[in-house]
Design a binder for this molecule. Sequence first.
Ligand code: SF4
Length: 476
Amino acid sequence: MHKLDPRRYRQTARTAIGDPVLQGALANLQHRLKTATAEAYQALAEGPGLRQIAHDIRRRAIGNLDTLLSELAERITQNGGRVFFAADADEAVTHCLDIARRHGVKLAVKGKSMVTEEIGLNPALAAAGIEPVETDLGEYIVQLAGERPSHIIAPAVHKTRRQIGELFARKLGIAFTDDPPTLTLAARRALREKFLAADMGISGVNLACAETGHMAVLSNEGNIRMSTTLPRVHVAFMGMERIAHRLVDHDILIRLLCRGASAQKMAGYVSYIGGPARPGQSDGPQEFHLIIVDNGRSRILADQTFREILYCIRCAACLNVCPVYGKIGGYPYGFAYSGPVGAVVTPLMTGINRAADLCQGETLCGACRQACPVDIDIPRMLLALRAKLAAGDRDWDVVPAHPAEARLFDFWAWIMGRRRRYDAALSAARLLQRLLPRENGLLRRLPPPLSGWTESRDMPPVAPQSFLQRKRKRGK
Ligand code: SF4
């Protein structure tokens, strides 16, 4: 099992970069989806400007979260469902375990849900003697392999067909094959047994609608429908920000979510869930629970600088274009969320100092914002996180990450403040650089504290004359 810890970013990233199989898989993913997503936005009937409309829809919803959530809870309760607001991961997990105990649950089938990854639900279920079975094919593969999802939408993107074939042969006892339809059929057979035997279905929520009191859950495999209707109890987990006000807003966001996630016009299966089965209905659970998870989101909501990250609808379009994700994959981010969105959300949820490398590792190229279906300005928030790491911030309990670097920049600013100081510094540098190793006219290694600069690149030496000196000489 990959240990989730954003403090291992550099070490895990280095391993990922050295893995040729992973490099091929990531390049393939980005190649397939990057252009296709941009084209899908262009092909929207309303044009790509719909992304800005969606941004405003999300801004208004996040600005009115309290009223929208109570409206949703009221409607679900009217429909016979039960709603629980969990302040943190522990409360959310404990509530789910209580429901499971009340119903004597031994087996739970799960639809894909990043929020249950975030709160660590599967290990807690297993520790309580309940077998959690992931039913999304990608999630099922990583669960069988004892791994974690490495992409928000495509959890097993890091695995080749051959690896999956070997895994299925080992775990499901079938003859080895790397033929995708045969492998899918094997998973389907194994999962069908689980669906029929499960006492509890667990799902995430892609987007709820306050006006109608329903939640949309999307899949391309039909597994969500089975997980949410076959077992007698259904528990849905929802991050508290995943809500739209009106049905018309909800519709726009779902259309954009499908385009951002996989360049599809619409997911294969869209389930609208609002409560348990009504009397006389043959399908649906006897009991429906919605657990709305805060887990640090209120803190983000209260900060105008970072509130915008709550507009995220977890489509993963930013991962599919990010040059950093395209090289290191999902594991180095060390939390449920990876890529550019993970580089903002993870520090805010798990500690900015603890996850310092995530925001420092991104390139600020802006591709994530261009790909985002709700036009979230991720680079702005990455810079804001870096500023907090540089200067410290009491509200977020941040201590300056590199105080020596800050002093170095103060010193540099002092030098740059006067021409004479700058010239003197250049002269000193010209003398000192004679002691440093060179190759092809470039400096190979700078001494500490500048050594990090030459760890992966050479440095041009200071020119023998400054531009001004040359200009003066030529003028003469
Ligand atoms: S930040 Fe935007 S692109 Fe990235 S997952 Fe969220 S909604 Fe999708």
